[in-house]
Structure formats: structure tokens, C-alpha cells
Design a protein around this ligand. Structure first.
Ligand code: NI
Length: 177
């Protein structure tokens, strides 16, 4: 178990199409997930995708009870999601501010589907099948985008709504990520 270095935007490894997990039995997956949890916790992240630590597999973790970086966010269940499939349940999108551990110190306004279904497997290979809305749905879309080489700045519609957290939100104590 270890806190891993997070790759930052500009690193070509973040632009790859990640590969499906086929082996759920080995120690390797357990160790990778432990590293991902340690890394996310150490950096106070809401979610982390395996490609962000240089592992090109379709694995994301996310979850938040309360997070100083997202003080208004509703809780999201602690989840390990492997080989995810997302199906929007409404074509409605909503703008919301996002940050990313691979884009430290910045925030951008990103449109995301407000309601979706996500399916995948947990660390033991068991099926996950949930519906989510609001912040939960946003986090799932953000993390799963990492598996297709997409970083949130690529989703920003109006680049005037992209900048340094400290300039966009001077009065809040939003932490640098
Ligand atoms: Ni991210």
C-alpha cells in the first residue's frame, strides 16, 4: 500500500483508452485498489481513476462523506467500479464546477447528465447496478471519462469558466488539490 504519484494533464498516459479488467482473483487487483484508496485519501480526492496513477485499466474509485474541497456536495457512497458502463436516464445536462487531481489548483464549469444508470463490477467481481443523480452522477461521469482519455477541461463549453480556484473562488478556502 502506498500513496502514488498522480499524473498531471499533459502526460500522454492520461489520454489512453484504458483496458477492461479480466482477472478479479489475483493479489494484483487488491494491491492496486489499496494504492488507489491511499492516494485518494492522502490528497482528499472525491474520486480517482487507475490511469491517473499510470495504470491503464478500467477501474475507478469514488466516494465522499464530507469533503472540505466540496463543502456543498451531497454524500456519495464509497465505491469501487470496474469496467463501468454509463447510460444517461435523461438528456438533461446541468453545469457544475469540477476539479481534478490531474489538473491541480484549477476549476472549470462542466455540463453533465443529471441522471444516469451505471453498471460494472466491484473488487470481487460482483455486479453493481445503480442509478444516480446530481453530484453522484457528476462524479461517476468525471471518473469514467478518465478511462477514455478525457479530462474535464475538454468538456468545458465556455472557457471563460475555467481558471485557478484561488481566483475563481477568492473567498472560499477551497484547498489546492
Ligand atoms: Ni479527475
Amino acid at each position: 500500500m502506498a500513496v502514488k504519484k498522480i499524473l498531471r494533464m499533459g502526460d500522454a498516459q492520461l489520454l489512453r483508452q484504458a483496458v477492461e479488467v479480466t482477472n478479479f482473483d489475483g493479489e494484483e487487483l487488491k494491491e492496486l485498489l489499496a494504492d488507489m484508496r491511499d492516494t485518494m485519501q492522502a490528497l482528499d480526492g472525491v474520486g480517482l481513476a487507475a490511469p491517473q496513477i499510470g495504470i491503464n485499466l478500467r477501474i475507478v474509485i469514488f466516494g465522499v462523506e464530507s469533503n472540505p474541497r466540496y463543502p456543498d456536495a451531497e454524500p456519495v457512497p464509497e465505491t469501487v467500479l470496474i469496467n463501468p458502463v454509463i447510460t444517461p436516464l435523461s438528456q438533461t445536462k446541468e453545469d457544475g464546477w469540477e476539479g481534478c487531481l490531474s489538473v491541480p489548483g484549477m476549476r472549470g464549469l462542466v455540463p453533465r447528465f443529471t441522471r444516469l444508470r451505471y453498471q460494472g463490477r466491484d473488487e470481487s467481481g460482483a455486479l453493481i447496478d445503480r442509478t444516480a443523480s446530481g453530484f453522484h452522477a457528476r462524479v461517476v461521469q468525471h471518473e469514467c471519462d478518465h478511462l477514455d482519455g478525457i479530462l474535464y477541461p475538454m468538456r468545458i463549453v465556455d472557457m471563460r469558466h475555467f481558471g485557478f480556484s484561488s481566483e475563481l473562488f477568492p473567498d472560499s478556502d477551497v484547498q489546492d488539490e
